[in-house]
Design a protein around this ligand. Sequence first.
Ligand SMILES: *Cc1c(COP(=O)(O)O)cnc(C)c1O
Length: 384
Amino acid sequence: MIYLDHNATTAILPEVLEAMMPYFTSEWGNPSSSYKFGSKLKSVIAIAREHVAELIGAHPLEIIFTSCATESNNSAIHAALRAHPARRHIVTSAVEHSSVLNYCMALETEGYSVTYLPVDRDGLLKLADVEEAITDETAVVSLMWANNETGVLFPVKHIGEICRSRGIPYHCDAVQAAGKVPIDVKGFPVDYLALTGHKIHAPKGIGALYVRRKALMSPFVYGGHQERSLRGGTENVPLIVGLGKGAELARKHLPDYEKTVRPLRDTFEEDILTSIPNAELNGDKEQRLSNTTSLTFHGIESEALLILLDHEGVCASSGSACLADSDDPSHVIKAMKPEGLAARQSIRFSLSRETTELDVRSAATAVTNSVAQLRLGLSAACVN
Ligand SMILES: *Cc1c(COP(=O)(O)O)cnc(C)c1O
């Protein structure tokens, strides 16, 4: 198998599994218990919280553990709306993850108005559009750091500065940025920021939300006093430990990430773009994560190509894994290239530090052969 779908999920690193194991087996207590068997786990959680905080330059008290980034994104938007109940307007973009988009759409049915900012053909956002969209009614701006389908980076520092100058809370979905680009929440005005374990070689089902110390927070999940009463539910100790270890390792490997991954991605991209006619890159060539490439193969349905690639053992996707069960074309590519069929004819490949040169060379050959096979089939069908 050649796995080129790391923006969908990543393998748990052996060190992460090893760190979690005791909390699945012998150390199964409840951190809220009064006796040591449980209460000693509080310090284990505290260490994990420090690692997550360090990955993004935050203070540990600014980190809340959640069940996933979907919950983190929902909670941040929810908290900002609760903080300013009279404001009924949200600014986001047309290319956000479904955990932001579908929550915003649900809020529209409850009487909120939402501005979905457009992007250009390269997936880039115009700061002037952000500036213009904000009104006295705006309760929150939610704009992602790096796009999961194209890897395109938004100018988060400038977005934060605009929001700060207008007195509007800024929430950033940084799931795809974490571990791939440096994040320092001290360096720019952001109030809420979402992370998840399974995109940084930690388990699925554990996320985190950064909440700046002065930002208003209210629970999305009400319950006990866990997470300083900001997120109810008995702490998932093994997964919290896994996220902590994943964050620690992501921080350790960050200085080498770009150097390791970008040349492989560029090799893969060049191999494909030189050997396949009518293939086109989606997303700005520079303002982009170093691990992601989204390509349109004109005339070829992405679903047909994915089936052939699957036969060849290559794992890739036609968009977000969260939407793969639906027949809908990619909303991200559609927002970039509304005319034509690119949204139905695009494939995302995403690498990791574990990807090898042999992986990308073999995958490029598999893609080239599969595209040729499909195009041959198409022209044969035309002749018949
Ligand atoms: C994967 C992803 C999410 C959702 O994370 P979960 O932990 O699976 O809920 C949110 N935003 C982006 C950009 C993602 O890539």
